[in-house]
Design a protein around this ligand. Sequence first.
Ligand code: FAD
Ligand code: NAP
Length: 367
Amino acid sequence: MIFVEEDASELAAVNPNILDNVDLQPLNTLALPARARHFARIETVAQLVDVLRWAGSRQLPLLVLGGGSNVILRGDWPGLALQIALTGKSSERHEDYADVTVAAGESWHELVQWTLQQRLYGLENLTLIPGTAGAAPIQNIGAYGVELAHFLRCVRGIDLDRLARGDASVIEIAVESCQLGYRDSIFKRTLRDRFIITELVLRLPTRFEPILSYPALRDYLREHLRGEAAANASDDETAALQVESAVRAIRRSRLPDPAQLPNAGSFFKNPVIDGARFALLREAHPDIPQFPAASGVKVPAAWLVDRCGWKGRRLGHVGVHAQQALVLIHYGAGSGSELLDLAAAIQADVQAAFGIALELEPTVYGA
Ligand code: FAD
Ligand code: NAP
């Protein structure tokens, strides 16, 4: 990361969209303290291109933020931080499906509500996930047995390498090329911090087909709606709304609200290990939970963390949530480094106890 030393106020004067020395604490749900040397809130694609050219000419490192619900800011940001606030959504309806185009800065949760109002289905299980639509492909968001990958058609955006060569056109990447996997995509790998998503196209069915594979969801519906009402409700709209409100209620009862207890959701990915290794682990730990995964056996990371005695523990200003071992909390007055030290201690214990390397789910920024 290199940036040319110039007087900050002089730089800002060159581009009215850019602010200097901006506090990022309110812009990340962990409420970690960090300041950006330069900052721009992006409301149009033209403004984005303009600001990117400005940063490119100064070789400033870029930090792209949506809702800040899946980032760990380790310290101040020496370059330009962008808050993607592009808005707009539309749908093109066909008999069996509709193509929904949504701008990157739209709230994901509000998009889910809007699609249901349009009688378009599929996103119910993904309700209440914080953050923006533009960030959804980055880790192929998923919950309760549904992933964005089921509905994404393509993403559009600006490729910084092309922009550096003078090509400022919006590029389209088809879903087949997004390398979407379990909490993973090309945007976390070769295109990390290189491709800025400006909009997505989703294809959503006009008929509702409930996905009730998660016991928590099935049990909730059974208990609250007397039987599997969601699957049998008289019309699609009612059934879909029942599932959406069930997911919302379960999430509210289990997950800490970042506004009250700053967090970034799941801090670790669920490890996927091969069948032979799992069989050995099971001999030593007969009660270890498992779920089938494409490349082996998925073990809930929360169980591993809990077994190592971390659930509910607090170290200084950070800790592990008392009900959700996968959620790390910043209690205030702490730092990204303190949080990452806690994560490293948990990772070391899980490695020692189970021989499994837990991977962080959020992306870390800062020196
Ligand atoms: P940010 O945190 O702002 O950014 C995340 C990453 O995406 C960063 O690397 C950033 O640079 C990049 N990025 C953001 N916008 C763009 C863009 N337009 N172009 C290019 N790169 C971009 N995740 C799930 O998958 N399932 C869940 O059920 C879930 N539940 C959660 C519950 C809670 C309480 C919290 C706090 C988080 C949860 N998350 C969940 C994680 C998080 O909400 C998602 O990953 C979400 O998609 C992040 O969106 P964001 O706008 O906040 O992204
Ligand atoms: P849960 O229902 O208590 O389940 C615990 C773990 O077991 C989850 O991680 C889940 O994996 C897995 N699991 C449970 N039932 C499964 C099934 N039938 N098939 C496959 N895997 C199964 O989980 P929770 O913590 O309350 O979260 C509920 C859902 O919301 C999960 O899908 C979770 O991923 C999602 N969520 C994600 C975040 C985040 O930040 N990424 C935060 C909160 C909630 P999966 O995680 O692979 O689904």
